[in-house]
Design a protein around this ligand. Sequence first.
Ligand SMILES: [Zn+2]
Ligand SMILES: [Zn+2]
Length: 349
Amino acid sequence: MAVMKTKPGPGAELRHVEIPKPGPDEVLVKVLATSICGTDLHIYEWNEWAQKRIKNLPQIMGHELCGEVVELGRNVKNIKKGDIISAETHIACGHCYLCRTGLAHICMNGSIFGVDIHGVFAEYAIVPATNAWVLDKKIPRDYASVMEPLGNAVHTVLAGEIVGTTVLITGCGPIGLMSIAIARLSGATKIIATEINEYRIQLAKKIGADLVLNPGKKNVVQRVLEETDGLGVDVVIEMSGNPQAIREAFDALRPGGRFSILGIPDKPMEIDLGKSIIFKYITVQGINGRLMFSTWYKTTQFLSSGRLDIEPIVTHRLRLAEFEKGMELMRSGNCGKVLLYPEDETSKT
Ligand SMILES: [Zn+2]
Ligand SMILES: [Zn+2]
């Protein structure tokens, strides 16, 4: 059984699929849990980005994975049957300029589960051995699936100075929420978040934001300046992809600050380069994926140490067959992370 995108257009179908065979450098995993990402929702809804990006239909959706290794390709040496793994979802070629200079996460010939190749919303999935991340035994196993987006948050928050800083996190979807938790653990001294959805505003408070502003109700720039003695925040972590939020965040950032962006705007947008960036002498930084694999080591440390509690962010556990309900939750915004379980494992973690 797998959640398959069968044709261009909104929706997806539950289909019976054969158990795939791993190639020499791959492993076959029995999927124990997977989670829904914003990307999956875009593909499900078939937005403009998905229409341009998705080429290989029919295709199994999904990329965030917790799986048990059940079969090894003949060249695989460092993974054992029975290992519980997560997966780095950017599959790098290992040969291009970027791969060979420490930038494998933006490989020029890379492919992504559930986007370019079959994904993991299924009972079984194939993972290249180099992309498998064997889970530390101290980490609850279904969190393996959440380590991929959590890695996005770790990568973004730690991409510059964070200790002793004031931080504005725009957008409190799951990765925004995770960023609040990571910023707090990493020594940020004031964390202001913005969000319009009431459910997520409450989650942001619960996970440790000092102040959550609703841009629909409050003047964000003015409130941020009040909270920072008129200076603006040291760091912006952009997680919304919303042009209005992005423009306001530029105004809320102090001169000389850091602006790290993971949120993706739907369309090209206009920014006043002179006013927002050049004269303010700020650093704008695009963030993509996770550093392979230093982000994974850090994410593991955060979780295995017990210092990071992501349970408040994991708000729903559903069966894979209920994926439509999961997509609906994601669309409404009345959720944090939604986990899907191919078997009825929702009660055991
Ligand atoms: Zn993801
Ligand atoms: Zn490459």
